[in-house]
Design a protein. Sequence first.
Length: 484
Amino acid sequence: MAESYPKIAQFKRVETLRARLQELSLELPVDDRILTAEQGSPLAEPISIGGFRVGNRWCIHPMEGWDANRDGSPSPHTLRRWRNFGLSGAKLIWGGEAAAVQPDGRANPNQTLATPDNRGGLAALRDELIAAHCQQFATADDLLIGLQLTHSGRFCRPNSKQLEPRIAYHHPLLDAKFGIGPEDDSVVWNDGDLERLIDAYVAAAGLAHEIGFQFVDVKACHGYLLHEFLSARVRPGRFGGDFDGRTRILRTIIARIRNECPGLMVGVRISIFDVPPFKTSREVGQPMDYFDLLPYRYGFGCCEDNPLEPDLTEPLQLIAALRDLGVVAVNVSCGSPYYNPHIQRPAIFPPSDGYQPPEDPLVGVARQIHAARTCQQAFPGLPMVGTGYTYLQDFLPHVAQAAVRAGWIDLVGIGRMVLAYPDFPADVLQRGQLQRKKICRTFSDCTTGPRSGLVSGCYPLDDYYKQLPDAQTLKSIKQAIKTE
């Protein structure tokens, strides 16, 4: 149970974290103290991405807010979040949030759209971010802003909380977990529809370029459509089967964007390893029974004989292909928040549709950091962003600056942390100390809320969200879960 693992919030000294890492036989670099920019923090060093000088090594990950208007345009909640991104002090904004390239691809009815009808909305988000950044830091000349393009695939909910899946292939465990009939081919993409989807991605990229975004992220992570295609071994035809077939849709989208949108940079956020889906439970998490499926053919970046263990052979092959296509940076993630959240978002407190952590979350943090290290050191000239640092909490800067200095990763991304503590990067680089009351403790309310149709935000720590009617609704939902 969660009580079995010591909470990072109770660690008062760096030595305590080091001792816990040693107990777990985990290797992570940990600096003694937080360094400011003036003190030579590695996180303050600029880096070139696609020829653009990015002002520091902090990155803000894209996050879905479940809070746009039904037409995809930004609500005040959405605009506030992007304004906070601008105030954060991070100089790389990786996509802002996932924008669906067509309406049926939304993960919720209030997801942002990267479609012509929402041109003004996307422009407003970018303008809000830049204005806030200039207000706080005088210039945006070293600020690199992208827009993440997505189709949610298996996790589409464009009209309500009801799933309306569009899948790459029938995955026996995920079909069972999410109620998809194994013989229902009406939800499987045909090749003709995929060609039209590719057109939609290219059109969305062109729109983003016209608005002024400097790059687009072609999202291939977290169980969404382009990630699912990477494991489509059982899919027949051009977009499945062998490595070339399974990566064809991603490679085609990137090649066409590069060809048809000259001057627009392309990045890819990718789940470089996965594990089988876990059972939803109030107990300690257990994987669904995959033994009858061995050798396991339904994952990307995991061992066929033991799919709970990463195998980065194909992910490294894919990163090489992305580099050769002209991708300027890779954001390294893993797993999915829908079916193995402890892998993707290590946390002591699970979301409502999750399970109690089956391992100390520090194990998940180290797993991600080492996988990203393997990728970065295999491609030292390709800028990469690391993920999974938020659970380190008070000690996030100590590990982040040590990892960058050691060449384990070029940039460090934060997601949930910036919801709770928007100016986290600025406080690190300017003050060399953190405001403890604002540090994300991975309560997972930013996931539990949206799973119940509420907007995503940090209800425990952000006064803005505490005052919303959704805050009381969320309390009631969590209380009901406790009494089940």
